[in-house]
Design a protein around this ligand. Structure first.
Ligand SMILES: Nc1nc2c(ncn2[C@@H]2O[C@H](COP(=O)(O)OP(=O)(O)OP(=O)(O)O)[C@@H](O)[C@H]2O)c(=O)[nH]1
Ligand SMILES: [Mg+2]
Length: 268
């Protein structure tokens, strides 16, 4: 059975038992001091245990101090802090995945543009056995004015079209920061792709391509998308956009040996 058929087969056969588990919510932060308390206070409790793992990118605006304060204010919560060794969101997220203790890993951006409350539906979909990789999708509900800049909106649609062609099924929003993958799937992904996050500045492409390449059941989960209330955007639209195009081009032209061609469903 090829990977696309395998995926459809799984979609049609829901596992009969729930798979309740513990959750690690990885929260990348870079100069997000004004958003730390909101993140912790609004994050619902998920699964059998919720670990909140902040991974900081050498913030200079008091973010670290805010994280220490929130840890002291909520001693009953399992809040941890680590500092990434390198640069960029992908490096932060993958280092945090390596340290996380839960069974299901989720990523929640600390800009709070996607509400922490929405993670409940990610957990439920996973626990009900409906999917193995949950990908937030900001392009279904109406968006708050100013949430996504016009160029980002265009780029998102272009990347979605290219990705859908590459993975052999429809994926609508490749760059949403909110995602969930199990510890076990991440372990398999890492074994196959040692250099996760080296070409991809955010980690979104590595995760989607990796999930599709392993034949995981990938599900777009609609999320509401709001404008930032505090702090500034960290992505460098042109430099990071160029890196993403370069990554896709190298996979497309078979220069990147990490991806093998599969029968019928593209370049994974
Ligand atoms: N640890 C770490 N976190 C980062 C880094 N760059 C961005 N982040 C965090 O990653 C999340 C996403 O960054 P944003 O600046 O919101 O970028 P974006 O969401 O891609 O861009 P917008 O769609 O315009 O909001 C935020 O929580 C940032 O604080 C980094 O280099 N290291
Ligand atoms: Mg953002």
């Amino acid at each position: 059975m090829n990977k696309a058929a395998q995926r459809n087969h799984f979609f049609n056969e829901r596992p009969p038992v729930r798979r309740d588990c513990s959750v690690s919510v990885v929260v990348p932060t870079k100069d997000e001091a004004g958003n730390i308390f909101g993140t912790v206070e609004r994050l619902p409790s998920l699964g059998t245990h919720t670990e909140i793992l902040f991974v900081d990118g050498h913030s200079t605006d008091g973010t670290i101090e805010q994280i220490h304060k929130v840890m002291a204010a909520y001693p009953e919560k399992d809040i941890k802090l680590m500092t990434q060794s390198g640069k960029g969101k992908a490096n932060a997220v993958f280092e945090a995945f390596d340290a996380a203790q839960g069974d299901l890993f989720m990523i929640l951006d600390s800009d709070l543009t996607v509400a922490p409350e929405e993670l409940t539906q990610f957990y439920n979909l996973y626990a009900e056995g409906r999917a193995d990789f949950l990908n937030g999708c900001r392009l279904i509900y109406p968006m708050e004015k100013g949430a996504m800049r016009f160029l980002n909106w265009i780029a998102n649609h272009l990347f979605a079209a290219v990705f859908s062609f590459m993975v052999g099924f429809r994926i609508k929003d490749t760059l949403c920061g909110t995602k969930a993958i199990s510890r076990e799937s991440y372990r398999r992904l890492k074994a196959k792709h040692e250099d996760l996050g080296q070409m991809d500045p955010f980690g979104d492409f590595d995760l989607i391509l990796g999930a599709a390449g392993m034949g995981l059941r990938v599900l777009d989960v609609p999320v509401h998308y709001r404008a930032r209330r505090c702090g500034n955007v960290k992505i460098r639209r042109f430099a990071d956009g160029f890196r993403l195009v370069k990554m896709l081009t190298s996979i497309f032209y078979r220069e990147d040996s990490r991806y093998e061609r599969t029968s019928g469903s593209g370049y994974l």
